[in-house]
Design a protein around this ligand. Sequence first.
Ligand code: NAP
Ligand code: COA
Length: 267
Amino acid sequence: MSRVMSTFFQPDLLTGKVAFVTGGGSGIGRAIVQRFLEHGADVVIASRNLARLEQAAAELSAATGRRCLAVQADVREPEQIEAAVDRALAELGRIDILVNNAAGNFLAPAAALSYKGFATVHAIDTLGTFNVSKAVFARWLQRNGGVIINISATLQYTGTPFQVHAGSAKAAVDAMTRHLAVEWGAARIRVNAIAPGPIDDTEGMKRLAPGDLKDKLARQIPLGRFGRADEIAQTALFLASDAASYVTGAIFVVDGGAWLTGQRLDM
Ligand code: NAP
Ligand code: COA
């Protein structure tokens, strides 16, 4: 997982840059962090589970020779986020790239979902994305420009069953991507989103496609397979780099064509 992999991009693509990645200690976030480190960036990873973050940071630093700093913070708590951003700036001096990847999800029929269950997912995905964007904007991006990448989803495109909480939260993230791209363009900030399809070996897939649902789902994907976390990381690398210098307000679907077939989790 943490070995240096071959790359399609110049290895110095992000040299001199610092990234702040929420939920960077696991799954898709971790794959993005690894690619950023391999391409010369230093990276701060922030989430709730400090032990897991520190282990990931140690492994990724050892594999890439770059600095990876673990900072504990809950994206629902603005004060914790502000403290984490202050620490990142104190230790690494800048934040050029923000990846809002932290999220929470589970399968639940709307009728059985508690009020708190709905609110919790919105608090992590939607409010969390706003909280971190605002804190990094005020402390660095407003004066220096940079890049924000929101990790969204495709659930909201079709009204996926048992996903009213996550789908509506990610729809808000998509809207926020466009609003902030417009408002912050003048500050030389590009704001884009990536909408992953089903990505193998991730917590998200374990929760949303348990058991034989997974095989049924795979058969509906035009490219005939699940995605790999590194395929999301490659897209993030492109969007973070100057190769995407005129791309803002865009939502990149990286799903093997899955949502076009109306993938259904309740088959
Ligand atoms: P994951 O490994 O569970 O990643 C979620 C991360 O968010 C974890 O590292 C978690 O770390 C962090 N997190 C959760 N709540 C948090 C909070 N309140 N404050 C700070 N950090 C928090 O799952 P994943 O599957 O890789 O998902 C990553 C992203 O991809 C999510 O945005 C998800 O919606 C999106 N996505 C995934 C798939 C898929 O197939 N996997 C498909 C579409 C979209 P802590 O527990 O340490 O807080
Ligand atoms: N089905 C229905 N409701 C659920 C649920 C499930 N599987 N899991 C949690 N909830 C509800 C809880 O019942 C609770 O509501 P209640 O008090 O009315 O019963 C509410 O959600 C909050 O749960 P809690 O466990 O207190 O929240 P938390 O803040 O500790 O954790 C979660 C947030 C629930 C999203 C947790 O699953 C999490 O931390 N996820 C992060 C990893 C993840 O989801 N990865 C995949 C990303 S796609």
